[in-house]
Design a protein around this ligand. Structure first.
Ligand SMILES: [Zn+2]
Ligand SMILES: [Zn+2]
Length: 429
């Protein structure tokens, strides 16, 4: 049997320096940056001059913000004017819904028995479907209450104390290579969603940093998460969805699309302006959340977490590959349960085999791309740099083996359930 070696070596076509290659990853040169960002090169080529100008402006803004947030842990100034404008715009969006309700009621009352009535009911229906909705707690998928996972909740509580906030009310586990926090319903219940593929890639200390980052979002007043803004976003997105033209339009649909053109452009415009107004606050919040991650899990763990996020898409590749592997190619006496049991280990092994030069390439590619115009997160290399340039902080929260074992036990059910789901339905996240 021929042994396939993954690593080889060859001279760089630009500068001749000997470079190591790994056929699973992009070949590039650390000495002259040859081929450091092939995807980005393509994008830059497509975007042309306008794209370049926007990128330069975005980079300038990003560098200013990065300088402002600084290496140390002091809070950068929040900008009040854009926040106020965003708030006013969000209120205007809700005003439209209110106008639909008032108009609908007026038509029903004054047009009782006549044509006004169905029209009024139609307006009320519009207001009901397109109006603000608060995020709801999930009902499907693995959802853990306090009683189901006392050790995990205890850990979250400890980290929340360090982040200067209270813990969460519900923890959901899903298949995203991500994690997030939301506030749900009128009772403002806190929901923490942990993406198992990301969780499984992290060391215990990096998991604490991850939770520290997420809980940090509660304590540093991220305007995007404010209820007025969040619901306005939701309404706008619903409007955009309803106004979107049909894919293969009939003549009637084409006429409808023509009529919808102006309101659609208006909705898109408002969304773009809102994005612009909240961008600074959003990125600032990410930097502050990173500080909270470092305080909870240590600077080292927070940096390690960012490195893992840098290569998160290779975890998606692994999961997609495992989900799509044809039955015939599945190893050995594979029963579905055995494969499901192995899935997370395969994922961890794949991630563990990513060479350092691939991490370095991604950091440099990020630096080359600069700030993305539309990205809510600051580039990972700047977040990393900021953590490294601050005085390193030790972990405020640590877990001993016993606690770690209990948390793993509490997640065991979700682990096998989600692995089976990925292998059965494919990987969508
Ligand atoms: Zn070179
Ligand atoms: Zn964040």
């Amino acid at each position: 049997m021929q042994v396939v070696t993954e690593e080889e070596s060859r001279p760089c076509p630009e500068c001749g320096t000997e470079i190591r290659t790994d056929r699973r990853f992009t070949t590039w040169c650390a000495a002259c940056d040859w081929n450091v960002d092939p995807e980005g090169d393509e994008e830059r080529h497509v975007q042309g001059r306008l794209g370049r100008a926007r990128r330069v402006a975005a980079r300038r803004h990003g560098e200013r913000l990065h300088a402002e947030v600084g290496g140390d842990d002091h809070a950068p100034t929040a900008r009040t004017l854009p926040a106020l404008c965003a708030y006013a715009l969000a209120c205007a969006v809700h005003g439209v819904t209110l106008a639909l309700v008032v108009g609908g009621v007026w038509c029903v009352v004054y047009g009782w028995g006549g044509l006004g009535m169905p029209f009024g009911l139609f307006l009320l229906f519009l207001a009901w479907t397109l109006g603000p909705r608060l995020p709801r707690l999930p009902t499907e998928g693995p959802v853990l209450g306090r009683g189901d996972a006392p050790a995990l909740y205890g850990l979250v509580d400890d980290i929340a104390r360090v982040a200067g906030t209270r813990g969460v009310d519900v923890i959901a586990i899903d298949t995203a290579v991500n994690a997030s926090v939301t506030t749900c319903g009128v009772r403002e219940r806190r929901l923490l969603t942990i993406g198992l593929p990301l969780w499984e890639l992290l060391t215990p200390q990096q998991r604490i940093a991850l939770l520290g980052h997420e809980l940090g979002h509660y304590s540093n007043g991220d305007t995007r998460r404010g209820i007025v803004l969040a619901t306005a976003y939701r309404s706008l997105t619903a409007w955009r969805y309803f106004l979107a033209p049909a894919e293969d339009p009939s003549p009637t649909e084409m006429a409808v699309a023509l009529v919808c053109f102006v309101p659609r452009a208006l909705v898109q415009g408002v969304l773009t302006v809102l994005d612009g107004l909240t961008l600074h606050a959003g990125r600032r919040a990410e930097y502050l959340a990173d500080s909270s991650a470092a305080r909870a899990g240590s600077t080292e763990a927070a940096v390690g977490l960012l490195d893992r996020i840098l290569v998160a898409d290779s975890a998606e590749v692994t999961l997609r590959r495992e989900a799509n592997a044809p039955r015939s190619a599945r190893r050995g006496t594979d029963r579905p349960e055995e494969r499901a049991e192995r899935l997370w280990d395969v994922l961890a092994a794949d991630a563990g085999s990513i060479p350092e030069h691939e991490y370095e390439r991604r950091r440099r590619a990020g630096a080359l791309r600069g700030h993305r115009v539309d990205s809510t997160h600051p580039p990972t290399h700047l977040r990393r740099e900021r953590l490294l340039s601050a005085t390193p902080v030790p972990a405020a929260v640590v877990v001993d083996e016993e606690r770690e074992r209990r948390i793993t036990g509490e997640l065991a059910d979700a682990r096998s359930r989600l692995a089976r789901q990925i292998l059965r339905d494919g990987f969508a996240g």
